[in-house]
Design a protein around this ligand. Structure first.
Ligand code: ATP
Ligand code: MG
Length: 277
């Protein structure tokens, strides 16, 4: 049945995103835990639009690799709330800080799940556009799920341009800054693959790949590095499979990047997991 907001007890704040607050809540009768994202009525219209976008996508998706939505609550100009499954280990950025960098085999398990989520989304013509550690949630069985669809895009036509400046700049692909040089935006899906490559490299290195450990991001420098520099690469000592996988993601020319479903057959993923290919 449907869950009413009055059936829930707020336990604690899990985190603040830009615009909304995510609470850990408990269903009174069943004691089941959920995450509730609340955006207040007086928030900026742009943020409200993002929440409506997120609700639209969560309504359309049903996959074990996408965070599940259990309810949507809205008042025309009042608070908006989304009830989601509770991911008890939090996001991958928190896990990285808490337990340190990931080994190749841990990373391969994570990668295979994110790729299944991305290939589901892309098959449903949804581009996430904000893949990064803080938007990938984990539970205690090490299931990894994609969340946060505030800046995602539903492709209506296949040749839809999607070059608006949304999402976190740091994880944005070269073609989002400069479509003419880097393969155009005809394949917006490839932007998610670039962000995935950076995310995995960050989980392996322990710091954002375009910056030195502890270096503070300066957006102009970062944008120049993404557009004019070589793509980040893996350090010496990693396996050939991991090196090759990262290279398949971090091609500056978007048309040379592998798709999510191609990457699911890559040896890096197959070697470490019961693979379906
Ligand atoms: P941004 O606004 O830049 O995307 P963010 O990803 O941190 O930042 P939110 O998506 O609003 O912001 O989420 C805030 C935090 O709440 C997340 O980082 C995560 O730790 C936590 N969180 C979100 N959804 C859940 C969930 N379903 N289960 C557990 N924790 C969650
Ligand atoms: Mg987020």
């Amino acid at each position: 049945g449907t869950i009413a907001l009055s059936d829930l007890d707020k336990l604690q704040v899990l985190g603040h995103g830009n615009g909304g607050t995510v609470y850990k809540v408990r269903h009174k009768r069943t004691e089941k835990l959920f995450a509730l994202k609340v955006v207040h009525g007086d928030t900026d219209p742009i943020v409200r639009r993002q929440v409506f976008r997120e609700m639209e996508i969560l309504r359309r998706t049903d996959s074990p690799y996408i965070v599940q939505c259990h309810g949507i609550y809205e008042k025309p100009y009042g608070d908006i709330a989304i009830l989601m499954e509770y991911m008890d280990y939090g996001a991958l950025d928190t896990l990285l800080k808490k337990t340190g960098t990931f080994s190749e085999s841990e990373l391969a398990q994570v990668t295979s799940q994110i790729l299944k989520g991305l290939s589901y989304l892309h098959a449903h013509k949804i581009i996430h556009r904000d893949i990064k550690p803080s938007n990938l949630l984990v539970n205690k069985t090490m299931q990894v799920k994609i969340s946060d669809f505030g800046v995602s895009k539903i492709m209506c036509r296949t040749l839809d341009a999607c070059n608006s400046y949304v999402g976190t700049c740091a994880y944005m692909s070269p073609e989002r800054f400069d479509p003419d040089t880097y393969g155009g935006n005809y394949n917006g899906y490839a932007g998610d693959i670039w962000s995935l490559g950076l995310t995995l490299l960050e989980l392996y290195l322990g710091h954002f790949p375009f910056l030195q450990p502890g270096q503070r991001p300066d957006w102009a420098t970062l944008m120049c590095a993404i557009c004019f520099g070589d793509p980040p690469s893996v350090p010496d000592g990693v396996s050939d499979e991991f090196r090759s996988f990262i290279e398949c993601c971090l091609q500056k020319d978007s048309s040379k990047r592998w798709s999510a479903s191609q990457l699911l057959t890559h040896p890096f993923v197959c070697k470490h997991s019961r693979c379906d290919c």
